[in-house]
Write a new protein. Structure first.
Length: 240
């Protein structure tokens, strides 16, 4: 009888050990999965940083040749009037003055003829930057600007919100100041020149609802947004 009791006790103890080990192993599974997820997140972030650095290095290496901005890194003017117009897509277009433009009497009110500049373009510091539709996109297009909200039409009395990368096609946006001019050639081929009246920075977690009232309250206007370069801040430029 005593031997049987001892045997049962030993079996019970073994069963308890197995249960405890099983419980420990079960508890370790979420920790292991969480650790694997964290590793995957870190690797993805590292890949993104590597891509961003490579993109930035390539941009800096070719910036002088491409003339992607009419001001240098210190913010000094490079005299855009004397520059040869440059185009991010690599094709030159002559930016003509009002005196050189054709008769505009038949154009919609507020529009000018965009001679030599293709539709769906922004002109900043004598540089022609194409844009595409990117409504509510999670990120800007890689090689062009994007129309994120609103309308690009230059004669509808409304607003348009454009986004673009910095470093990238929106490098120039970082140097815009009050009084600078931005030209939009809309999808109909009509052009309009807007004058910058506000330049400010917001945290990158800013929600559309927090700035929408300001953005949409100026009638015929445009807003440009780009990354500040620190992954924490957006530069906002408004023009009307």
């Amino acid at each position: 009888m005593r031997k049987r009791t001892k045997a049962l006790t030993a079996v019970g103890a073994c069963a308890l050990c197995v249960a405890m080990l099983g419980g420990a192993a079960y508890a370790a599974v979420p920790s292991y999965l969480e650790a694997q997820h964290e590793v995957a997140v870190q690797e993805a972030q590292a890949d993104e940083r590597t891509y961003d650095e490579a993109f930035a290095n390539a941009y800096v290496a070719s910036a002088m040749a491409l003339e992607l901005c009419g001001r240098d890194a210190s913010g000094n003017d490079i005299a855009a009037e004397t520059q040869s117009p440059s185009v991010t897509a690599g094709t030159s277009h002559q930016i003509v003055s009002a005196a050189d433009q054709a008769d505009q009497s038949q154009l919609p009110q507020g529009a000018t003829e965009a001679a030599g500049i293709p539709a769906d373009s922004l002109v900043i510091f004598n540089n022609v930057i194409p844009y595409v539709e990117a409504f509510d996109a999670p990120r800007a297009p890689d090689s062009t600007a994007g129309l994120w909200k609103g309308s690009d039409l230059t004669t509808d009395g409304g607003w348009g919100y454009f986004i673009g990368h910095h470093p990238g096609v929106f490098n120039c946006v970082m140097y815009l100041q009050n009084g600078d001019q931005i030209q939009v050639v809309d999808s109909n081929g009509n052009a309009r020149t807007y004058t910058v009246f506000a330049v400010y920075d917001v945290p990158d977690d800013t929600q559309w609802g927090e700035i929408s009232k300001e953005i949409t309250s100026h009638g015929e206007s445009i807003t440009l947004q780009t990354c500040y370069g620190d992954h924490e801040t957006y530069r906002i430029v408004e023009a009307a």
